[in-house]
Design a protein around this ligand. Structure first.
Ligand code: IPE
Ligand code: IPE
Ligand code: MG
Length: 254
């Protein structure tokens, strides 16, 4: 049997998980690559390199668990502040991932999507993104969404510009702007909001990630650095999620 077959209910039960209480969409702020490397006396880029292994492991695990979507924060619109050498190595790793993983993503039946300002990336990377999105567009498995050159305030700003333009062109009546109009103007249009946000490396902040979309998401912070984050850590987050009482401003139903 292939190692990425979906888990059965019995396997989920052995993990202290239950299909009906799994999140639909998990979003992860993958943090701590640099600290992981520094602790070992390695250059920061070794942390990023090793982090790709965690990406592979968590994508496979999320897909086996039957999640509808996994979103990974890969590169923020603020990460351009890093030294040129780190930036070029990060972009190299990104390209390598897109090329090397394309077949595997397709084989697993995943649908690949990217959010972020893609036009701000190297044209070669833009092409690799488009190729993977096209190849996997008809798949019906989990959506794997990478946030690349993504910033939530930038996303909201672009959405406001788009709506203002529609109003100016007489295509939109300001009175009709609803929460769903706004959601549809965001880069995540059509995607479910994350039920759970995981951040690694003990940082309790959002760092400009999906501000609109996480209004009612559950948060879970891990003390593991991203390069050492593996399937069992991911399942710990889901076990904890299972016990959360999500009230959405209402009262507990039980
Ligand atoms: C996360 O690890 C990866 C990116 C933001 C690209 P960091 O590079 O932020 O690692 P730390 O936070 O410096 O340890
Ligand atoms: C958030 O991590 C961005 C990504 C994981 C891609 P950062 O390391 O950039 O966040 P800050 O600077 O610590 O807030
Ligand atoms: Mg960091």
């Amino acid at each position: 049997m292939s190692k990425d077959v979906p888990y059965t209910d019995a396997q989920l039960a052995a993990f202290d998980l239950e299909r009906s209480s799994l999140p639909r969409h998990v979003a992860i702020i993958m943090d701590g690559n640099g600290r992981w490397a520094r602790k070992r006396g390695l250059p920061r880029i070794e942390g990023h390199r090793r982090g790709v292994g965690s990406v592979r492991a968590i994508v496979e695990e999320a897909s086996r668990l039957g999640l509808q979507q996994l979103t990974l924060y890969c590169f923020s619109s603020e990460n351009w502040k890093r030294p040129p050498r780190e930036l070029s190595l990060l972009m190299h790793l990104l390209r390598q991932y897109l090329v090397e993983e394309r077949r595997e993503i397709h084989r697993q039946g995943l649908r690949f999507r990217v959010i972020g300002v893609i036009s701000g990336l190297d044209p070669v990377i833009q092409q690799e993104i488009a190729a993977t999105e096209q190849l996997t567009a008809e798949n019906d498995g989990m959506t794997l969404c990478l946030a690349i050159n993504y910033g939530s305030r930038q996303e909201i700003t672009l959405a406001v510009q788009q709506l203002a333009l529609a109003v100016r062109n007489g295509e939109l009546d300001p009175q009709q702007i609803s929460e769903s109009t706004i959601a549809s103007a965001l880069m995540t249009s059509g995607m479910p909001d994350p039920d759970l946000v995981i951040r690694t490396a003990s940082e309790f902040r959002i760092s400009n990630f999906l501000l609109w979309q996480i209004s009612y998401s559950e948060l879970w912070v891990s003390d593991r650095h991203w390069p050492e984050f593996r399937a069992e850590d991911f399942r710990s987050a889901l076990q904890d999620f299972r016990r959360r009482d999500r009230r959405f401003g209402g009262l507990t139903t039980e």
